[in-house]
Design a protein around this ligand. Structure first.
Ligand code: HEM
Length: 179
C-alpha cells in the first residue's frame, strides 16, 4: 500500500490525464452553479410575489387629520354611519348585507386609525385577502369612496382632512379591485 498522498502519486501520470478530472468538475460546477443561482432567483421572486403591501401604512405626519376626525372614537362613530350609508345604497348593499358588518366596521376603524398615525393596531387581513373572491370592480371602488365622502361630509369633517384620508386610501385600489 502506498504511503504517498494521492496528489503525489498522480505525479507520474501525463499532465493532461492528471487534470482531466478538473475539467469534468468545472463542467459539473457550471451546471450546478447555474441551477443554484436560478433556484436562488426563483426563491427571491417567490419572496417578492408573496409580499403584499402593508394594509395599514402609518403616516405619523397625518395625526392632525385623526384629530379632525375626533380620534379613534370619532372613527368608530364614522364607521357606524358609513355602514348605514353603504347598506342604504342599492349599489353597495349587495356587497355588505351578508358580511360581518360589525367586523368590517371595527377593522376599518383600526385601519384608518393606524394610517392616520394613531396609537392603534390593525388586526385585520391584508387588502388582497380581505377582498379575495368579492369581484370588486373599478366602479365599485369609486362608489364606495363616494359613500365615504358623503359620510364624512355629513359628519362635518373638514374638506382638507377628508382629502388627506382619501389620498392615502387611493393607492389601495390595486389590492382591492380584482375584477
Ligand atoms: C380603499 C378602499 C377599501 C378599504 C381600505 C377596505 C378595507 C376593508 C377592511 C379593513 C376590511 C375587513 C378585513 C378583515 O375582515 O380583516 C374589508 C372587508 C370588506 N370589504 Fe373592503 N375596503 C375597501 C374597498 C372595498 C370595496 C370597493 C368593496 C366592494 C364594494 C369592499 C368590500 C368589502 C367587503 C364585502 C368586506 C367584508 C368581507 C368579508 O366579510 O369577508 N371593500 N375591507
Amino acid at each position: 500500500m502506498s504511503v504517498w498522498p494521492v496528489s503525489l502519486r498522480s505525479a507520474d501520470r501525463p499532465v493532461r490525464d492528471r487534470y482531466r478530472h478538473l475539467g469534468r468538475l468545472a463542467k459539473r460546477c457550471v451546471l450546478a452553479c447555474a441551477l443554484a443561482l436560478s433556484s436562488g432567483a426563483a426563491h427571491a421572486d417567490a419572496a417578492v410575489a408573496h409580499t403584499v403591501p402593508n394594509p395599514a401604512p402609518a403616516h405619523p405626519d397625518l395625526s392632525w387629520v385623526l384629530d379632525e376626525f375626533g380620534g379613534r372614537p370619532g372613527l368608530v362613530a364614522l364607521m357606524d354611519d358609513f355602514m348605514k350609508i353603504l347598506l342604504d345604497d342599492p349599489r353597495m348593499r349587495p356587497h355588505f348585507e351578508n358580511a360581518d358588518q360589525q367586523r368590517v366596521k371595527d377593522m376599518l376603524a383600526e385601519q384608518f386609525c393606524v394610517i392616520l398615525g394613531g396609537d392603534c393596531v390593525y388586526t385585520g387581513l391584508d387588502m388582497v385577502a380581505a377582498h379575495n373572491g368579492l369581484e370588486v370592480t373599478h366602479a365599485d371602488f369609486n362608489i364606495l369612496v363616494e359613500d365615504l365622502q358623503l359620510t364624512m361630509e355629513r359628519r362635518g369633517i373638514p374638506t382638507r382632512a377628508q382629502n388627506q384620508l382619501l389620498a392615502v386610501l387611493a393607492p389601495m385600489h390595486r389590492e382591492v379591485i380584482n375584477r
